[in-house]
Design a protein around this ligand. Structure first.
Ligand SMILES: Cc1cc2nc3c(=O)[nH]c(=O)nc-3n(C[C@H](O)[C@H](O)[C@H](O)COP(=O)(O)OP(=O)(O)OC[C@H]3O[C@@H](n4cnc5c(N)ncnc54)[C@H](O)[C@@H]3O)c2cc1C
Length: 299
């Protein structure tokens, strides 16, 4: 099941949508994907171009999506599209889109450096007709719903990496304890065991931030700032930690046979997907009231 796609119908979908799309997804009978990013709009979600125009009892969808996880095999997509001409934060809606409909074209499977066990697709829509009852929640609320989904996804991403980082440290300890250079275990070099201690400390700091953010979330508080900080820190720490540990494995670290090289490749994504580090920094700055105000264009 793709929890990123399921979140909006779980929170805002009608009972009919839940029965039709969520029940088989949760049962593991169908695969879902989330369609937000586009070739020309990744970081700036407000800039998406895909349109869903109401015609009679249907929305007619034209446009395309990029970087869609499980897009090659998904049975339905939680799609973000422009449903009116209004301001970019109020003209978008989320729809459940069955992927087998006429006019849905999976254009290509993208060849990635990591996360190779999941497919990632570029998809086009050509006059795809979806019943209006497949709208999730209210029309025009799609951007807001999507931002709420990102908040959960970012918290999940930070929580999800903790065990991986601990495993990489532990495997590096085990390897460097048994591997000897110059008649002693590599681990006995102070640069190695001190560095591993520093990284373990960083992981604990990340864990504390994640736990605090999750506790606030459970209390119903706005955790946008903490979730953005946790995602930012998780991405950066993962890059730092896997790079340091990989080094201590020597040539073995450069093979596809060890965990550290896989985490190094796969979780490079953490600083890019679901909002890049720079987008996280912008959100944090917004909460700190340090973002420069944009001047209106003069004609
Ligand atoms: C493997 C993978 C799976 C994905 N899965 C999905 C999915 O299932 N569904 C989906 O909708 N999307 C998915 N994405 C898309 C992902 O969310 C986007 O890649 C991400 O939001 C960045 O958008 P972009 O790639 O268009 O980069 P761009 O928006 O072009 O940004 C490129 C870089 O520019 C910099 N940048 C951007 N804005 C700013 C700024 N304001 N200030 C300073 N620097 C900035 C950042 O360094 C950023 O990394 C996936 C991506 C990947 C790689």
């Amino acid at each position: 099941m793709c929890s990123t796609a399921s979140f909006p119908p779980v929170r805002f979908g009608s009972d009919e949508l839940k029965q039709q799309f969520l029940v088989p997804t949760i049962a593991g009978d169908v695969v879902a994907c989330l369609g937000v990013s586009e070739p020309e709009a990744g970081s700036d979600v407000s800039g998406i171009k895909t349109k869903a125009i109401r015609k009679g009892d249907d929305y007619v969808i034209n446009g395309g999506k990029m970087w869609i996880t499980s897009g090659c095999q998904a049975d339905w997509m939680c799609l973000l599209a422009n449903t009116s001409e209004g301001p970019p934060h109020k003209n978008k809606s989320l729809l459940c889109l069955p992927m087998k409909l006429s006019g849905v074209h999976v254009a290509k499977k993208i060849d990635k450096i990591g996360m190779r066990s999941s497919d990632t697709a570029q998809i086009f829509f050509e006059d795809v007709r979806v019943p209006c009852k497949y709208l999730i929640g209210e029309e025009g609320m799609g951007f807001t719903y999507q931002m709420l989904q990102f908040q959960e996804e970012r918290l999940w991403a930070a929580a999800n990496i903790l065990a991986q980082l601990e495993n990489v440290i532990q495997e590096t300890i085990d390897y460097t304890r048994q591997r000897k250079t110059f008649q002693q275990p590599i681990l006995y070099n102070q640069t190695v065991h001190f560095r591993l201690a520093e990284l373990a400390t960083e992981v604990e700091l990340l864990r504390s931030l994640v736990y605090r953010a999750v506790a606030s979330y459970i209390q119903g508080k706005d955790v946008t700032k903490l979730a953005s900080m946790a995602k930012l820190k998780a991405g950066r720490l993962t890059r730092e930690l896997t790079d340091s540990c990989l080094q201590f494995w020597g040539g073995m670290g450069f093979t596809n046979e060890v965990l550290v090289s896989r985490v190094y490749r796969d979780f490079r994504l953490l600083s890019i997907g679901a909002g890049s580090d720079e987008v996280m920094l912008s959100i944090i700055c917004k909460y700190m009231d340090t973002l420069p105000k944009r001047q209106p264009h003069k004609s």
